[in-house]
Design a protein around this ligand. Structure first.
Ligand code: DX5
Ligand code: ZN
Length: 216
């Protein structure tokens, strides 16, 4: 199976979003990754629903929305209204994760759960068969363009083993510092979905870069 590529819009040129989304439409990208930050869960603020709605109007690829916010459960219905395919919430932000996952499904979306670099994969043991995707952060969330954390590779192998052992349908997504050197190692260690921000959007030829990542 080809690796699923989900470019992160955070690294796009925000003065020309239409052009950036049209590039994504023309490319081999499978999904488009949208990073929502609240300045509390992470030390940065990105963009919110007006931008998601605008992107959704012109984007032909499914939207994979990554919430780096406190209380993401407050926004399940509003996210479903954008037409997003996937709502991804942080394990660390959800006291009642199972309830939130159920609410995301009831609202008609796929449900993803994200782990910060310091959160161990063993904590997913009892939710793994209820989620559609697990996102392992390979940088501390909040900013694009950071250095890949090497420990992610071992963590990914452990998660791959757990997903296979439990016969879970969950895809494994990696986000942060994904580029030419780290991507092949991540695919080899069992990643299904790669998010890539600066490496794609700052490339001389983003369409070719997406194509190359996808054919790993
Ligand atoms: C970081 C975000 C990422 C970010 C990745 O908090 O979740 O999606 O855009 O950026 P790069 O690929 O530049 O590390
Ligand atoms: Zn992200």
């Amino acid at each position: 199976m080809a690796t699923i590529i989900s470019p992160s819009l955070l690294a796009a040129d925000f003065t020309d979003l239409r052009h950036e989304v049209e590039m994504i439409n023309k490319s081999d990208a499978d999904w488009l990754h949208l990073d929502i930050m609240d300045g509390t869960f992470v030390p940065n603020i990105s963009f919110g629903f007006p931008v998601i709605d605008a992107v959704a109007k012109i984007c032909k690829k499914p939207l994979d929305v990554h919430f780096m916010i406190e209380h993401p459960e407050r926004y399940v219905q509003r996210t479903a209204k954008t037409g997003a395919m996937m709502m991804n919430v942080h394990y660390e932000a959800c006291v009642h994760l199972h309830r939130t996952v159920q609410e995301i499904h009831d609202a008609g979306m796929k449900a993803g759960v994200t782990l910060n670099p310091s959160t161990p994969v063993c904590l997913l043991e009892d939710i793994l068969n209820d989620v559609d995707m697990v996102l392992l952060m390979s940088v501390n969330p909040g900013f694009g363009g950071q250095k890949f954390i090497e420990g992610t590779i071992d963590k990914l192998r452990a998660l791959r083993e757990m997903v296979d052992r439990k016969n879970s349908r969950a895809l494994i997504q990696i986000d942060g510092g994904v580029q030419a050197e780290t991507a092949p190692r991540l695919v080899e260690a069992g990643a299904d979905v790669l998010v890539s921000g600066s490496y794609v959007f700052k490339a001389a030829d983003p369409i070719q870069t997406i194509h190359d990542l996808r054919s790993l």
